[in-house]
Design a protein around this ligand. Structure first.
Ligand code: TYD
Length: 135
């Protein structure tokens, strides 16, 4: 499987009606893991790069529920960029994938769904170390 196949774009169903939009994401159904943790990033701007790490165990889905950002995804060999610009789409990022989030619009709210509780020891934050492990 190539990197884009391992990190697919997920398009969620819109259950909205004349009253407005409604997007539902059920763990294990709309995304390929049970959700243990939710966090969101806002107040970043277009000078900021976040992420810059890989996770040994955690699976993530990233969704811009408001505004826009980009995420650069790499396994050290292939790389691609996803424009997160719609609340109805996200990207799935499995373990051991390096990710950089950037180009945040002023109104960006980047929702992150994770398969684990936070454990700082499962983060690889040194890109050279990551590349070494991926060889
Ligand atoms: P960091 O991983 O640098 O954020 P990002 O990936 O968005 O750039 O996290 C910033 C700080 O917040 C760091 O001290 C760890 C802490 N943190 C938690 O305690 N729990 C969490 O779920 C996350 C994502 C971060």
């Amino acid at each position: 499987m190539n990197l884009k196949e391992r990190c697919p774009i997920l398009n969620f169903s819109d259950l909205g009606d004349e009253r407005g939009k409604l997007v539902v994401i059920e763990g294990g159904q709309d995304i390929p893991f049970d959700i243990q943790r939710v966090f969101y990033i806002y107040g970043s701007d277009d000078t900021i790069v976040r992420g810059q790490h890989a996770n040994r165990r955690s699976h993530f889905v990233l969704i811009n529920v408001a505004g826009q950002s980009k995420v650069r995804i790499t396994d050290g060999k292939e790389e691609f960029v996803v424009d997160l610009d719609r609340p109805m789409m996200g990207v799935y990022i499995p373990p051991m994938i390096w990710k950089d989030m950037y180009a945040f619009s002023p109104d960006s709210v980047l929702l992150c769904l994770a398969s684990t509780h936070y454990d700082g020891s499962e983060y690889i934050r040194d890109y050279q170390e990551y590349l070494k492990e991926m060889q």
